[in-house]
Design a protein around this ligand. Sequence first.
Ligand code: ZN
Length: 609
Amino acid sequence: MCVWGSIGVTASIMFSRQIFHFVGAFCVLAIAYAIGFNVSVHTNDAAIESRYETLAQAGRYRAAAVYGQRLLAHRERNGELPNSLAPLKAQVAQTLLDAYRPADAVPLLETALASEWAKGLSPIPYAKLEHALAIASMQSGDYSSAVAIYAAFLRIAGDEVLPLHSHGNFSPSAKESHDAAVYYGKAVAEAAVGFADALTPLGDVSSLTGNRDERLKTLAEMSELGAHYALGQESLYSAAGLLATAHKGRRDILGDDDADTVQSAMILGPVYERLGRLEDAEKLYLKAFHAQEKRIGANSPELSLYMKLLAGVYTAQGRSTEAEALYKLMRALFRDAFGERRYAANQKTNRSFDVDRPVSPQFVLSNKYKPKDLVRAERYFVPLSKSPNVDEMKVRLALDNEAEVDAEENSLPARLARLISLCQSEAGERLSLRSGYRSFNTQRDLFARIGHKGRVTPPGMSEHQLGLAVDIDVNGRLMRQSDKSYRCFEENAFRFGFILSYPPGNNYLPGEDSFEPWHWRYVSIETARLYREVGPVGRPQEFLASLECYEKQAANGVFPIVGERDVCLTSGVQIADTGQENLVPADTAKTDKGISGGKVNPPKGAFLN
Ligand SMILES: [Zn+2]
């Protein structure tokens, strides 16, 4: 490290010559260069400043950095206050970074960021400073700090709907928040190169700092960032570095059998596979499998996922006998778990599996309702917008056909993963799960926090509590009607068992316009097809409420004809005879048994299915 600059320029040239012994050859050159050319600038602020700027502009960063540090020291000595020095500190820090002196840039950036001046900055300039600090930290070997900064960026970038957390005195406008979210996303993408350089893909925790809790926090953030980088082929190597470090760190601290350790292994494994490291992937899956077996018991259907991953590796390695044995075991597990037992339960209540249960102000879920077959969507390769271990990244398995040989393929998350993959490649947009299961309490808190802005359903009325609804992000923000992938979902979601719960013009939710192009709900493929074929257009909740009637109609070959009364709609809503697929309410006084209770306003505008 170059001590000359931080000591300041009061020392005489004689003294500085003494310390030459202690500085690196490069510093000697830089300082000698500076001294040799301009001794007079030592005392003249303006002269140092002009020298600094000239050198920086000329791209002579090493020399410029020395002058920058002198300028700072000079001004500090002259009593300039830290707050007014802050912008210069930020500038000199950048020069130090350009001069490949990251360790010297870190303290300058830290003090600049802590100043009142920084608190008044708008979001992007502030984020630029944080980005610079992250780079400087990473380059000087402190990747914990870098990880903390980028993990925070990632969380804000993925949460455009919520107001950006202001860092100080500045309250950003909606546009500034949006632009900053875009900047955060870009900064995270840029950081991939740095992580790929800093971390080994096999995991090395030697530079991890802090106490146990701090280290665990860093490891969780590494997992988060790693999972994000794993979404793209180009950042796979960075993903491997972060995830392998997270996995190794968690093994050291928490042990092999801890759920978080297993979780890291399960995200890292597929990354190894994609990098062609099949043996490393195999080792991970085996360990994870045994850990899970211990944790959840040898008969749990959740084990099948580990078997499947392992079988996939065996297949890729040409070990087909082992792969086949695993597949066999897996099918047996599924038969036991979801076969006869479930069938018997279904017979009793007819619809106890309730993938087609309506939820609305008329069909409220109790605060006790919690589905029993929640699984982590990430385990089925659904790309996520959030950390894979939060409840919101879970969905129901919702297996609907016990007779299927490979039942897991027909689960909600597996189908969602396929739908997303289809529409990603068709639309060329990046899709991810923003929100899946939400407990009654989560929904209650969310509603309390941002319910006044609309777009958040009151607790008990949300399909998210069913574990069947998914909010989809497109390129890091909620799906919009104008997105190509929305088109793709409109055309294909039913093939995977999903329908649009809140179509344009619906009146299911409070507020002016409750059209939610991002909110898709699983009802099973059969039911989604039925809805498309015989259901009332744009009225999914009424359809679900009268599902048995529609099933009977379809079984008897009765399909509603435009203009005829839809006998299944107990509220008396008819399919209009305009041929435009619009709905008009019929006799609103007729009955209060239907989902809309006869109190609905006439829906406006055209309906999309
Ligand atoms: Zn939703």
